[in-house]
Write a protein that binds this ligand. Structure first.
Ligand SMILES: Cc1cc2nc3c(=O)[nH]c(=O)nc-3n(C[C@H](O)[C@H](O)[C@H](O)COP(=O)(O)OP(=O)(O)OC[C@H]3O[C@@H](n4cnc5c(N)ncnc54)[C@H](O)[C@@H]3O)c2cc1C
Length: 282
């Protein structure tokens, strides 16, 4: 993947890749990864949407970003993603996806306006002892020793953390801190989890440290993420002529290799319970 820093390239449109008009693209699953990939192919690679097919084994798109309206139970969703200002790729995508709710606005515009007019904070982001407020709630209560341990983990090399658990790099003082309570509940860490993964999260989300106590750095969609992110994205893709093939499981992809080039030639599918072959140069 080609990466760059700064916004020089963020606002420029990429050149159309040579030969893109004769290509076809197939995606396995209609989760966020495939939907985003298809949208980037259309927007950035200028591939016609009609050349893109998404196979999904379920009867609906969204994958783990699900949301079903059950008339007796209300909306059923598995959970929500904690989104924040540095989801560089996600915001780059959703600046180009029209909102279904707000005319002439992108999904990103809608979220940004919501954040400006109704910023989210959580004055009681945690409680303990069956409902008692946390003492010194805004304070991370990190002792100098605990801070030292945190910095030491951040500076450690990954190869020195192989097979190490979080409770092997921190002592009791650290686990007694509000920082650990907030961090562990925000990112689903347990003391037995990987210290290497904890280090990666510290480096990735270091800018959240000052707002851990009130979660004010999180960004929210107007409705749940299925309604506000997945549905507009699917609508954008359908509007560009992308084919969604539901009840279709991808069983295998056959690849030939010649002159150093790998080419997917056949996709084996099970469509509504029936085995099928889809032969094409992808
Ligand atoms: C409760 C919860 C909370 C989360 N919180 C966060 C968070 O705070 N921050 C964050 O960044 N991420 C979070 N995530 C993770 C994030 O939602 C996922 O990483 C992302 O949605 C995964 O997208 P995906 O397209 O890679 O996979 P999926 O959403 O799993 O989609 C894969 C799709 O492919 C289909 N499929 C699979 N195999 C086949 C096949 N052989 N043929 C046809 N179809 C197939 C599946 O049915 C599915 O629809 C959370 C996830 C959950 C569930």
């Amino acid at each position: 993947m080609y990466r760059t820093s700064g916004n020089f390239e963020a606002f420029a449109r990429p050149l159309k890749p040579e030969g893109i008009d004769g290509r076809r693209a197939y995606f396995v699953g209609a989760g966020l990864a495939s939907l985003s990939g298809a949208a980037f192919l259309i927007r950035d690679a200028q591939m016609p949407g009609s050349a893109i097919t998404i196979f999904e084994e379920l009867a609906l798109p969204g994958g783990s970003m699900d949301g079903i309206l059950d008339e007796h139970k209300g909306f059923i969703i598995r959970g929500g993603r904690e989104m924040e200002a540095h989801f560089e790729t996600l915001w780059d995508l959703f600046r180009s996806i029209p909102s279904l709710r707000t005319p002439d606005a992108s999904v990103l515009d809608e979220m940004y306006w919501l954040h400006k007019t109704d910023p989210a904070t959580n004055p009681r982001r945690a409680i303990h002892k069956r409902g008692e407020p946390i003492e010194q709630m805004p304070d991370l209560t990190l002792t100098p020793k605990a801070v030292e341990e945190l910095v030491a983990l951040a500076l450690m090399r990954e190869q020195d953390l192989d097979d190490k658990r979080i409770d092997e790099v921190f002592t009791e003082e650290f686990f007694a801190s509000n920082f650990w309570l907030y961090w562990a509940t925000m990112f689903a860490f347990e003391p037995w989890a990987s210290a290497l993964e904890m280090r990666r999260y510290i480096l990735r989300f270091v800018h959240h440290v000052s707002t851990l106590a009130d979660l004010s750095s999180l960004r929210f969609t107007y409705y749940n993420q299925y309604e506000s992110l997945i549905r507009p994205l699917v609508s954008y893709l359908e509007g560009h002529g992308v084919t969604f093939q539901y009840d279709t499981q991808v069983d295998d992809i056959l690849v030939t290799e010649a002159a150093g080039e790998k080419v997917a030639t056949t996709i084996n599918l099970t469509v509504s319970g029936q085995a099928r072959q889809n032969r094409r140069r992808a």
